[in-house]
Design a protein around this ligand. Structure first.
Ligand SMILES: *Cc1c(COP(=O)(O)O)cnc(C)c1O
Length: 422
């Protein structure tokens, strides 16, 4: 369920017509609906029932500070994977006491900054990192609150580029070594063990890998407690999938019920790190058709957004669906087209063979389910600007990130004086 629908023949985000936003900011642009963000967050929290749970939104899915504040105001914490995301979450007003710091390659500076700010939990992914955290915490005179990320060696059965819980993936410590690594952690001077963490991948459309992983975590908690460790927190990661192209996705309710049934009686505070399931459906990318090109065997709608703005189709062969910004008429017949961007890469194809009303140059279309892992992955490839982000609430909209123009980018470049002008 989202809040992008037709009113009077015009696609609206909540109560704001998309064509009005386009008039004001130009195309392409991202548009997020506050009502969808808030609804998804609430549904997710409610699915956990009376479990003692903290929901830390995965900032890497959507790091816009207006989006983060919208969720933070509902009580969300943040799961961050870099010093930059830590800064974003704090700039949005999310207190360090609700921030989990994950990621395989935290630098000394990132660790020190997080500790100084009072980070709630650091999810440790390797033994060298454990040593580093202890050394830095010791020098700062603090105890670092750590959970160790365990790799449960389960197959998340999702796209190979977003599966993280198999033993051959770079994430976490093999579950078979948990006993040894926790013992080592307990012997370090400035490390305080608070719990166990796991995250097996993203866009999971089947709950059974979660179940396998969580049962393994449950067994681990018992084993670690028997070893004498105080395990008070269980971080179950993110990963719940959503419907991009009509394929059924699990309901948050079933996910919540699964969590409660597997770990509900462990007397642990549960941490969850959802990203996509909160923000994915809350955003669209609006783009305008530049040309309709009749190729030898196919018809191409060449649009003004490209893979630098929305990388998922090129990176993961992801399939997004589309809406026209003007509602199709009853007797508009549909035509199969490829929707492509202007970038000089064949991978710059948003979709092949999509049935769309007969598009003409100047028409706008919206790429749906673009609220997560889209704007955050944008680049300036092919000399393109970074497109603006818009947040809607009711009948209002605001530009929450301006377009970063080519002039803005050029202003940061210079030519050394030894490269002489001819
Ligand atoms: C990416 C990531 C998440 C969020 O995953 P979603 O699929 O967006 O829910 C949570 N935790 C960690 C450690 C991650 O890397």
């Amino acid at each position: 369920m989202d809040h992008f629908s037709y009113q009077g023949g015009r696609l609206c985000a909540e109560d704001v017509p998309i064509d009005e936003i386009a008039e004001s900011v130009g195309t392409p642009f991202y548009c997020y609906a506050s009502a969808t963000l808030e609804r998804h967050y609430r549904v997710f929290v409610e699915s956990l029932g009376d479990l003692d749970a903290t929901v830390c939104f995965a900032v890497k899915a959507n790091g816009n500070i207006a989006v983060l504040r919208t969720l933070g105001n509902l009580g969300a914490g943040a799961d961050v994977v870099s010093g930059g995301e830590f800064k974003r979450a704090r700039a949005a007003g999310i207190p360090a006491s609700r921030i989990v710091f994950s990621g395989v390659g935290k630098t000394d500076v990132e660790i020190a900054d997080a500790l100084k700010a009072g980070v709630w939990q650091i999810n440790v992914e390797s033994e060298p990192e454990l040593e580093t955290i202890s050394r830095i915490a010791d020098s700062l005179g603090v105890t670092a609150p750590v959970a160790i990320r365990i790799n449960p060696d389960v197959d998340a059965r999702t796209h190979e580029k977003i599966t993280t819980g198999k033993s051959e993936n770079k994430f976490g410590i093999e579950w078979t070594r948990a006993h040894e690594v926790y013992t080592r952690a307990a012997g370090l001077p400035a490390v305080g063990i608070v719990g166990v963490a796991v995250h097996i991948g993203s866009q999971l459309l089947d709950l059974s890998p979660f179940k396998d992983a969580y049962i393994r975590m449950r067994d681990l908690v018992a084993m670690l407690r028997a070893d004498g460790h105080q395990i008070t927190r269980l971080d179950l990661g993110g990963g719940l999938g959503i419907a991009y192209d009509g394929k059924a996705a699990p309901a948050p309710d079933s996910y919540g019920a699964l969590i409660r049934s597997v770990v509900g009686d462990l007397d642990c505070q549960v941490v969850l790190e959802p990203g996509r399931v909160i923000a994915g459906n809350a955003g669209i990318l609006v783009t305008r058709v530049i040309y309709v090109k009749e190729g030898a065997t196919r018809t191409f709608a060449v649009v003004d957004a490209a893979m630098n703005d929305l990388l998922r189709p090129a990176l993961y062969s992801a399939r997004h669906s589309f809406l026209t910004v003007a509602e199709p008429g009853r007797d508009d017949h549909l035509r199969e087209m490829d929707v492509v961007g202007p970038i000089c890469e064949t991978a710059d194809t948003f979709a092949r063979d999509v049935a769309l009303p007969n598009l003409r140059p100047g028409d706008m279309i919206a790429v749906r389910t673009a609220g997560a892992y889209c704007a955050v992955m944008a680049s300036t490839y092919n000399g393109r600007p970074l497109v603006p982000e818009i947040l809607v609430k009711g009948d209002r909209f605001a530009v929450v990130r301006e377009r970063i123009s080519v002039d803005d980018l050029l202003a940061r470049e210079s030519v050394p004086d030894w490269v002489v002008q001819p």
